[in-house]
Design a protein around this ligand. Structure first.
Ligand code: S3P
Length: 449
């Protein structure tokens, strides 16, 4: 688990052109869901392209603790023999979800309407994050939860013995909360309804449908409405996990800012609920081609071709935030190398991610010689243009993989190397980040302690 071992200091140096093909690992969101829905189906689900990052491995271990048989057969090749909706066994140990908010929140939902008790914990980052956003809607089903002050982990969840279906309007744009409610709704009789103001990533809806659940989506004056019919028998599936657009963002942005670069990134998910960064990059003047658009594993994908580009600052529309919520750290990093200001509004959710990402990016960028403005739900980066970022700083990653990777990318195009105090969290989502970036020609590596 991240944060449990010794820190791994890392450094990136100004680099020559990046060239070649970047084969990105499987999508993290889809990998968690494939394991959880596989565990709730009756029979054997086969998964290919599963992300073998620590977050997902922790979810695999949790599914075993709830009674599913989970086996690895080769790189990314996994099977899950599920126990059926309502069939989870009571775990005989504490469920440690490591660094993963997605893991813990989805699993809480998946067990919340089964009459069993489970205790959840995580690393120092996860144990600081709010769980009330999940336990409040789960209480409407009849689930009880006892955690630390402020709804923090460690927390014990007592599943509802006689769950009732729920109608719930999301107070924050969160696919994790939406998914927790839908997963809980699986074992409640009748229809569970979730309403969201802005659509968030829809992998749970797509995959629930794929596993045979009846789920309808539509728009009303209240917003985007998702209706799930409870107590289906989920049918095991073959799930081909597409490559993660959030991980792809790091080599893509690196190629955009390192002069002379040209890379290809095959088979990246183009799901519109995940594509906000790519729309923003194009507006900034990025030269990105989306070749051979097609469908793989129920998700739209394309092959990306990315060339070094002169970038200009932009205003990101707040309604786009949900579709690029994990990409603001890398956007903030490369915005420092653009001409003019980049304005990111409606981003308060960044404060409750693996770290307070507004604060982490603001402090790190300032240390690298970049001017920023910060409010509770806004970050403005004053771009210094190509070659304008001094670097030469050590930045704290704060147990946050995306903060670590964002500054390592920035160091490739800064005037002096950028050090990151601890790169170990990168293993939660992108275990091959370092060799993959090195393979493209990036001077990223371990730093002397
Ligand atoms: C995720 C949802 C998002 C995202 C996270 C993955 C998911 O979190 O930041 O990395 O897989 O549902 P929120 O639901 O908190 O926005």
């Amino acid at each position: 688990m991240s944060g449990h071992g010794a820190p791994v200091p890392m450094i990136s140096h100004p680099s020559g052109p990046l060239r070649g093909e970047a084969r990105i690992p499987g999508d993290k969101s889809i990998s968690h869901r494939a394991l959880i829905l596989g565990a709730l189906a009756v029979g054997e689900t086969r998964i290919s392209g599963l992300l073998e990052g620590q977050d997902v491995l922790d979810t695999a271990a949790a599914m075993r603790a709830f009674g599913a048989e989970v086996a690895r057969h080769g790189p990314g090749e996994w099977t899950v023999r599920g126990v059926g909706v309502g069939g989870f066994a009571e775990p005989d140990r504490v469920i440690d979800c490591g660094n993963s908010g997605t893991g813990v929140r989805l699993i809480m939902g998946a067990m919340a309407t089964t009459p069993i008790t489970a205790t959840f914990t995580g690393d120092a980052s996860l144990n600081r994050r709010p769980m009330g956003r999940v336990t409040e809607p789960l209480a409407l089903f009849g689930t009880r939860a006892h955690g630390r002050a402020g709804g923090r982990l460690p927390m014990t969840v007592i599943g509802a013995a006689d769950p009732v279906p729920v109608r719930y309007r999301l107070p924050v744009a969160s696919a994790q909360v939406k998914s927790a409610v839908l997963l809980a709704g699986l074992n409640a009789p009748g229809e569970t309804v979730v309403i969201e103001a802005e659509p968030t990533r829809d992998h749970s809806e797509r995959m629930l449908r794929g596993f045979g659940a009846t789920i309808e989506t539509g728009r009303s004056e209240e917003g985007h409405v998702i209706t799930l019919t409870g107590q289906p028998e989920l049918v095991p599936q073959r799930v081909a996990v597409p490559r993660d657009p959030s991980s792809a963002a790091f080599p893509v942005c690196a190629a955009l800012v390192v002069e002379g670069s040209e890379i290809t990134v095959p088979g990246v998910s183009r799901n519109p609920t995940r594509s906000g960064l790519y729309a923003t990059l194009v507006e900034m003047g990025a030269d990105i081609a989306f070749d051979d658009p097609r469908e793989e594993g129920g998700e739209p994908v394309a092959d990306l071709r990315v060339r070094h580009s002169a970038l200009r600052g932009v205003e990101v529309p707040p309604e786009r935030a949900a579709s690029m919520i994990d990409e603001f750290p890398i956007l903030a990093a490369i915005a420092a190398l653009a001409e003019g200001r980049t304005v990111m509004r409606g981003v308060a959710e960044l404060r409750v991610k693996e770290s307070d990402r507004i604060d982490a990016m603001a402090r790190g960028l300032e240390a690298c010689g970049v001017e920023v403005e910060e409010e509770r739900d806004m970050l403005v980066v004053h771009g210094r243009g190509a070659g304008g970022v001094a670097g030469g700083a050590t930045v704290e990653s704060r147990l946050d993989h995306r903060i670590a990777m964002s500054f390592l990318v920035l160091g490739l195009a800064a005037r002096a190397p950028i050090r990151v105090d601890d790169g170990s969290p990168i293993a939660t989502s992108f275990p091959d980040f370092e060799p993959l970036m090195q393979g493209l020609g990036a001077a990223i590596g371990r730093d002397a302690v």
